[in-house]
Design a protein around this ligand. Sequence first.
Ligand SMILES: Nc1ncnc2c1ncn2[C@@H]1O[C@H](COP(=O)(O)OP(=O)(O)OP(=O)(O)O)[C@@H](O)[C@H]1O
Ligand SMILES: [Mg+2]
Length: 243
Amino acid sequence: MNGQGFCYARGDPVLQAQKVSKIYALGKEKVKALDEVDFLSTQGDFVVINGPSGSGKTTLLNLLALIDRPSQGEVLFEGKPTSKLSERDLAFLRRQRIGLVFQTFNLIPVLTAAENVEYPLLLLNLSRQEREQRVRSLLEEVGLDGLGRRRPDELSGGQRQRVAIARALVTQPRVVLADEPTANLDSTTGKQIMGLLQNLNGEHCVTFVVVTHDPAVPPYAQRVLDIRDGKIQGERYVADRPA
Ligand SMILES: Nc1ncnc2c1ncn2[C@@H]1O[C@H](COP(=O)(O)OP(=O)(O)OP(=O)(O)O)[C@@H](O)[C@H]1O
Ligand SMILES: [Mg+2]
């Protein structure tokens, strides 16, 4: 359930890229980071985009997160083109409909774990009771029951990433995008974090898109896209996901 008491229909389009290219200008030089990428994630999807350093993963994620705009092509959110949306409409989607998880956790050091999770809700018009209830239930769900009063420097890397995942989900977004969520974790902790994302994907009405170069991550996905030199090379479904 998504907290509003309903699930969207499985298969509905959530995030889509149509022939998206991104060219960065570096002085006189131009870098083609993405070359006519097509991508579709649907309701309930768990997609991993896998590729080596410099292949365009972060560039693609930033376009899908509506943080950056493509040089060519269109990004669609819930089936609607976003290129003509105002900055205000884009900010609304980023704030309420899209959750982000980063390699470096990006927590606010002076706030407690619970305050970090609550932070995105301060921009929404919710009662204090509703905010506290959401924070409590998400901290419990990510396995941080009883640790809400600790600051980030009093938590392990894996625990910090759990806080970041709770923060990404607290606005009840349609999609969570994660950029190398395991890169700063040891391999056992990385697998635990991927297992957590897998469970959350099953329990919440939320789509996950994870970009990574970590070969331990793709087995947790339903679907894996390989990216090389700014181009999607192929797509495969994962048959035996870790339990
Ligand atoms: N702001 C920028 N200005 C110029 N070139 C850039 C910029 N950001 C990325 N690039 C270039 O675009 C290409 C893709 O970069 P991107 O960061 O998307 O790769 P990545 O797959 O996320 O790599 P990594 O695994 O190292 O994070 C690279 O050649 C990179 O050097
Ligand atoms: Mg990157």
